[in-house]
Design a protein around this ligand. Structure first.
Ligand SMILES: Cc1cc2nc3c(=O)[nH]c(=O)nc-3n(C[C@H](O)[C@H](O)[C@H](O)COP(=O)(O)OP(=O)(O)OC[C@H]3O[C@@H](n4cnc5c(N)ncnc54)[C@H](O)[C@@H]3O)c2cc1C
Length: 376
């Protein structure tokens, strides 16, 4: 039997960031990861770090996360290929442009500085983009990171700061009794802690359910495509909406162009997401429409990843209404990589102070009460 202050289930970017913030505050932390750190959604995503286009409910958390990303080298000892070269969302029609104008107005209310660009400005600054675009909205301080580096380096930093991080160990059973939480792992170890953080990504809904906090959780498998290396021209991320779905594209300095547009197919029991080839072809066609100079180049790889989703596409980041000391952080719905470090900070606040200064009112687990007729 091992005792600690806080137990974390899940070594994605959310769990590892929570471990880092808790260890910085000298709390005893054990993080349990069934595979390896950052091997699920956190390690296979597109790497986009955007505030642009975020729901109002996410802005405060996203801003907190941006502060961390801006000092990543100082925090974890590596730059994780973080680059802030802007995120541009573009419009093919007036309707979309009006949505972006409304977003920019809302964002200014949060003291953010979005830039609205006309079609003439787009052609001058992005001559390689489609000539059919009528305008765009840019957040110059948004950027990208290498997801294969970020979560492992955050995990390493947490370990250096004193967190105990266990890989290839799954939480087989977790319960609460009079002494707090008792967690039994697949390796037969038993841990006790005052606080349990559920940062289990796509599996977080199942863990919440095992404690009686049932929410209507879903899964998602965004599908990524990468090209062979080509001359470096695309700086920053460009995002467009076609047929109600987004296509996002960026180029790494080595030359490969990455783009994403879902969905693949999730098999949660097998811990895997599978690509649907036709969706990759569809994404390639939309990418070619947006960035015509890509036409002669080859696609070299496509992949997907398992992600948790909630019906309103916002995460649950909240204390359990039923189980004292249980804190949930799951269902990041395809955009939790950027939010990860902000969520880690909030989780440490909730675990150690019982409250946080960051506005997380949009992520309450109770928002599903009315629709679902109550938590079961
Ligand atoms: C292909 C793709 C592209 C994306 N692109 C972007 C993007 O550009 N920008 C962005 O902001 N977001 C993006 N996202 C979303 C983002 O990756 C996720 O929202 C984020 O990584 C979620 O982090 P997490 O820590 O909650 O989950 P995860 O990374 O899934 O981590 C949860 C961990 O919990 C572990 N676990 C589960 N059950 C147990 C158990 N019983 N015992 C022990 N461990 C357990 C899992 O093994 C897993 O490692 C993308 C996602 C995908 C899949």
């Amino acid at each position: 039997m091992k005792r600690t202050d806080v137990l974390i289930i899940g070594g994605g970017i959310v769990g590892c960031s929570a471990a880092l913030f808790l260890a910085w505050r000298k709390a005893g932390v054990v993080l349990i990861e069934k595979d390896t750190i950052g091997s699920k959604a956190s390690g296979v995503n597109f790497g986009g770090l955007r505030i642009n286009g975020r729901e109002p409910a996410e802005i405060a958390l996203s801003v907190r996360a941006r502060e961390f990303w801006g000092r990543i080298r100082e925090h974890v000892g590596h730059d994780c290929e973080v680059e802030f070269s802007g995120h541009l969302e573009v419009a093919y029609n007036e309707q979309k442009m009006a949505v972006m104008e409304r977003w920019a107005q809302m964002a200014r209310g949060h003291r953010l500085v979005p830039e609205l660009l006309s079609s003439t400005q787009l052609r001058a600054e992005y001559p390689w983009l489609s000539g059919s675009l009528i305008g765009g909205c840019r957040m110059p301080a948004d950027g990208s990171a290498n997801p294969r580096l970020a979560t492992p380096f955050i995990g390493l930093a947490a370990r250096r700061a004193g967190a105990d991080i266990l890989e290839h160990t799954s939480v087989a059973h977790a319960e609460r009794d009079g002494e707090g939480f008792k967690v039994t792992t697949s390796t037969g170890d038993v841990f006790r802690a005052r606080v349990l953080i559920n940062a289990a990504g796509a599996w977080g809904g199942q863990i919440a359910q095992s404690f009686g906090d049932s929410v209507p959780w879903l899964t998602l498998a965004p599908q990524m495509v990468v090209s062979e290396p080509l001359p470096y021209r695309i700086r920053g991320i460009v995002d467009c909406e076609v047929g109600g779905r987004y296509l996002y594209i960026r180029q790494i300095p080595r030359g490969n162009v990455l783009f994403g547009r879902g969905p693949g197919r999730v098999d949660l029991e097998a811990d895997r997401a599978f690509v649907i080839p036709q969706n990759g072809f569809n994404a390639s066609n939309i990418a070619l429409g947006l960035v015509p100079f890509l036409a002669p180049y080859h696609i070299i790889r496509t992949w997907s990843g398992v992600e948790g989703k909630l019906p309103d596409s916002l995460p649950v980041l909240d204390v359990s209404p039923k189980v004292p000391g249980l804190i949930h952080a799951f269902g990041f719905s395809g955009h939790g990589f950027q939010l990860g470090p902000g969520s880690g900070g909030v989780l440490a606040d909730l675990a150690l102070d019982g409250t946080t200064a960051t506005d997380i009112s949009g992520f309450r687990i109770g928002r599903f009460l009315a629709k679902e007729g109550g938590l079961t």
